[in-house]
Design a binder for this molecule. Structure first.
Ligand code: PMV
Length: 364
């Protein structure tokens, strides 16, 4: 794997100070990534819808450090503000991210960075903010790198931003572009890589255009088991190898489905993937459950509604209790009514977020 391509050889320009602001989205996997090897290499390929309304806005103010001693030169310095307040608690995760990427962005040593970040969704909503948060930092870094070396192409910038995001949180690799992104080498997806996410390279059927995703906030508390712990439990998991094969087979099928518009087959694979992800958690050792009783209530209501009305509504889950309700644009009115009348009753404080499929990172 060619990681050397991401180490800058020359940075012809010099910049004293600059501020860049980027908005990057969250994403929801249709084929799930669960299990990895070092350094953040997925055990199977995954594909996600990029979201639109759930995003992070981050600006980084880079100020060149002057007269550095040898000790200072070996330290990365930054301040972190989240929603206007200094957040020491978030610093270790960001420090770890900078440690992982410093080889690829040696210029981080030369600047003091003031990072300001905010999410469009409530912080403790159970919506993972690592994908949008880390991809936003990655885009700001690439913005600086582009100014230091204007020869960089847009394709390279997207690849490298995804590559950096991946080193912080695997799913962040899928938050740079949209509407569908594949991460992980797969024989049926041209250009796919374990190192970064790529835009789904084939034409998507019109039924999947502008797909809707309403996120039902079932449990807004801190997860009992983090993704990092969950991924690690796949190392000794008795069904792991079979699961990785199945995910890659499902991705081959889903690739055909999103091209030919077979929405029933889409529903079947997407719901099966969600339940399989949670089945891996139930059968890990130690075992754990991230779904809540209302997660199951919602799933049953969705199945009932689909059976009674012929709607093409379906659900998926990430590593938590919240439910992502997926449906085609032409059912928006009908499904929104169902969500308001029925599904919202299973949400904490009746809260949910209407979202739809988006196109990825935006410079502000
Ligand atoms: O990116 P991580 O390490 O938080 O893992 C994400 C795992 C899932 O959200 C459950 C699945 C996925 O592919 O996004």
């Amino acid at each position: 794997m060619n990681t050397a391509q991401f180490i800058p050889s020359t940075l012809p320009f010099s910049i004293e100070k600059a501020t860049y602001t980027w908005q990057t989205p969250s994403n929801i996997a249709l084929i799930k990534y669960w299990g990895k090897s070092d350094p953040q290499i997925p055990k199977n390929a995954s594909i996600s819808f990029t979201l639109n309304n759930c995003h992070t806005i981050t600006s980084i103010n880079f100020v060149k450090r002057v007269t550095l001693s040898a000790v200072e030169r070996s330290q990365i310095t930054f301040e972190l503000f989240f929603e206007g307040e200094k957040k020491e608690a978030f610093k270790p995760k960001i420090s770890q991210f900078f440690e992982r990427i410093k080889e690829y962005c040696p210029y981080v040593f030369e600047y003091h960075m003031i990072i300001n970040s905010e999410n469009s969704f409530p912080h403790s909503s159970g919506i993972a903010s690592s994908a949008s948060g880390l991809s936003a930092i990655a885009m700001c870094l690439l913005n600086l790198e582009k100014e230091l070396n204007p020869d960089l192409s847009e394709e390279f910038i997207n690849q490298k931003a995804s590559f950096l995001g991946r080193l912080g949180s695997g799913s962040a690799s899928r938050s740079i572009e949209g509407p569908l992104v594949v991460w992980g080498k797969h024989p049926k997806i041209e250009g796919s890589s374990d190192l970064f996410g790529v835009k789904f390279p084939y034409k998507v059927h019109s039924v999947f255009e502008n797909y809707q995703d309403t996120i039902l906030l079932v449990d807004k508390g801190e997860k009992q088991v983090s993704s990092t712990v969950g991924h690690n439990l796949m190392y000794k998991h008795p069904y792991a190898e079979q699961r990785f094969l199945q995910a890659n087979e499902n991705l081959a099928k889903l690739s055909e489905i999103v091209q030919n518009g077979d929405i029933d087959a889409f529903i079947n694979i997407v719901e099966s993937e969600a339940l399989t992800l949670h089945a891996m958690m139930l059968t890990s050792n130690p075992y754990f459950i991230l779904m809540k009783p209302n997660t199951l209530e919602i799933i049953n209501e969705i199945w009932k509604f689909r059976g009674e009305t012929g709607s093409k509504i379906c659900f998926t889950l990430d590593a938590g209790a919240n439910v992502h309700v997926l449906y085609p644009k032409n059912e928006k009115e009908k499904v929104n009514h169902f969500i308001e009348e029925t599904l919202s009753n299973y949400c904490q404080k009746n809260q949910y977020i209407f979202d739809n499929i988006g196109l990825g990172a935006k410079k502000l």
